[in-house]
Write a protein that binds this ligand. Structure first.
Ligand SMILES: [Zn+2]
Length: 571
């Protein structure tokens, strides 16, 4: 056994929402990778005087690894020139919006993040995602396989066979080493195979004759039957289209009445709406485009079953990438920039298009305002900070988003001096006086994520028994200077990962490799055998690969963390 260092973090001001600790000066003890009650007098002292101490950051939705991310890297050499990472003793890397793998791990770590979830893994090419995870240092990670356009899912749900669909999902999660059920433009990506899309949640999918509503509701039932740690993770239909706010509300409503039944963790919600900013649009075209953030926020606040992440536009040049194939085609037709498109047989598709969110662009300025409005009007227990990296901006801008949230003065500097006046005219962001405090920042960057992902037993808090994933920032809790806030959160004073100091004064001082987490869900044997017959038949008849070549095998991680779930009562 490796003997690990003992640490005592002294005199920091601690923000730990899952334990109700709001800005108390207290010491945190660390031993053998965990947070403990006390340590011996040999423990190394980390002086956190004048600093803020939080659990390690958790990103519940980011695109950091896999085939489409790599397409972004390959077809955007101009992006790789925008930022170069070269530090002594570390791997070099490039890329501003689509950084190379090592740079991704290092930069998350510099910001105090210790766990990141890759938000879209096509099952057929899951190996690529896991291969990149193995080259992404500093963080624990997991990937969410795409289920919302899968032929077998649509067929089982069309037949109303929730149990068989659940067994299929369980098989898939274990086979491709996935973490949760991701749904992207349900039915729409499959329709894109015919050059079509779906435009409402009751628009049938060509050939399969099932509606997005049936897919979403069915997969929510499957999720709760299996009792997965996370809820369904949904990118609704009509992303990025003026007037889509009504589709978003319909989508959230369509799972009402389904009860959260996690077998692991303490999640109370059944619906995670990702990058809500892209789904809160009013108007009928880009000409009369306006924010509907307040209407959406009102529904989210009163709905026990919903949590959201924002997908904040950061007003940068970036690279969009999504399994929403038809949306990327629309985007390419709008901005005229290059476009990559892919169909993943029987499962999903994807597209990649560069995007320049100029602050002077009227539409982009409203998108920026909508994200902030959501943050400022949704209950801070129900919202999470993301930029849908890199779709609305790179994750390295999180510190700037934090600064916009904590300082109205800083937000107003942008609103009145930098962005187009549409932001004032077509949203209510100017009316919002709210300023986040550090307790709320800790909620939206770590505590909420831990809870909703079902990881809060050991992640996202600083109680005894938690993993010693800790971020220490040199910031005064009363700070209102946006630039200072941004700098403090961009380069942590210290970061501990698994009980080891990995960042000091914003520099990586130790390279480590975290775990890859996945779910091993056991359902009843007879049911699984029936479903396996269907799987074998699909591979024989349709797939261009052999079933034997499909699974992600054991060597595809530096270290696995298996979350076992006994659902053998489903048979
Ligand atoms: Zn995404």
């Amino acid at each position: 056994m490796v003997i690990m260092m003992e640490y005592i973090i002294k005199n920091g001001i601690v923000y730990d929402p899952l334990n109700g600790v709001n800005g108390e000066k207290m010491d945190i003890c660390v031993k053998d990778g965990k947070i403990v009650e006390s340590v011996s007098d040999k423990a190394k002292v980390i002086d956190a005087s004048g600093c803020v101490v939080m659990p390690g950051g958790i990103d519940s939705h980011s695109h950091i690894a896999g085939a489409k991310v790599n397409v972004g890297r390959i077809f955007r050499p101009e992006d790789s020139k925008m930022e170069v990472y070269a530090k002594k003793g570390l791997r070099s890397g490039t890329g501003f919006s689509v950084p190379s793998t090592y740079k991704t791990g290092y930069q998350y770590s510099e910001m105090g993040y210790t766990t990141v979830i890759e938000a879209a893994m096509p099952p057929l090419i899951a190996r690529h995602t896991h291969e990149e995870f193995m080259e992404t240092p500093q963080i624990d990670k997991a990937a969410m396989p795409l289920f919302g356009n899968n032929w077998m899912v649509m067929e089982y749900l069309k037949e109303g066979d929730i149990k068989a669909c659940a067994a299929f999902v369980a098989w898939m999660l274990k086979t491709v080493k996935g973490f949760a059920i991701k749904i992207v433009n349900p039915g729409g990506t499959e329709a894109w195979g015919w050059g079509k899309n779906v435009h409402s949640i009751d628009d049938p999918v060509p050939y399969f004759d099932i509606t997005p509503r049936e897919i979403i509701r069915g997969l929510a039932q499957v999720n709760e039957l299996l009792g997965l740690p996370h809820s369904i993770h949904v990118h609704p239909n009509n992303l990025g289209h003026p007037g889509n706010w009504e589709t978003t509300l319909e989508t959230m409503k369509c799972v009402e009445g389904i009860e959260a039944k996690p077998r692991v963790g303490e999640r109370e919600t059944t619906f995670y709406n990702t990058h809500l900013q892209f789904h809160s649009y009013g108007g009928t075209s880009w000409k009369d485009f306006e924010s509907k953030a307040l209407e959406i926020a009102e529904y989210v606040n009163k709905s026990k079953h919903v949590v959201v992440d924002v997908g904040q536009v950061t007003l940068d040049e970036t690279t969009t990438m999504t399994a929403d194939g038809p949306m990327e085609y629309d985007l390419h037709m709008t901005n005229g920039l290059k476009w990559a498109n892919c169909d993943v047989e029987l499962e999903t598709g994807s597209g990649v298009v560069p995007f320049i969110y100029s602050p002077k662009g009227p539409v982009y300025s409203v998108q920026w305002a909508i994200g902030l409005e959501l943050f400022l009007n949704i209950d801070t227990d129900k919202v999470m900070l993301t930029t849908d990296h890199p779709n609305a901006g790179p994750f390295t801008r999180y510190p700037r988003v934090i600064a916009w949230l904590m300082s109205k003065k800083y937000r107003d500097e942008w609103l009145y001096n930098k962005v187009h006046k549409w932001a004032q005219q077509r949203s209510h962001v100017a009316d919002a006086d709210k300023e986040y405090d550090l307790y709320e920042i800790a909620k939206v960057t770590r505590a909420n994520q831990a809870k909703v992902l079902g990881l809060s037993e050991t992640k996202g808090h600083l109680g005894v028994g938690a993993e010693a994933d800790i971020a220490i920032y040199a910031i005064d809790p009363e700070e209102k200077d946006g630039k200072k806030i941004e700098k403090a959160f961009r380069y942590a004073k210290y970061v501990l990962k698994g009980g080891e100091v990995v960042v000091k004064d914003g520099n990586i001082v130790k390279e480590i490799f975290g775990d890859t987490m996945y779910l091993d869900v056991q359902v009843g044997e007879d049911l699984m055998n029936e479903v396996l017959k269907d799987v074998e038949e699909k591979f024989r008849s349709y797939y261009s690969v052999n079933l034997e070549n499909y699974p992600v095998s054991e060597e595809y991680a530096n270290s696995w963390r298996v979350i076992k779930i006994d659902a053998t009562d489903i048979n």
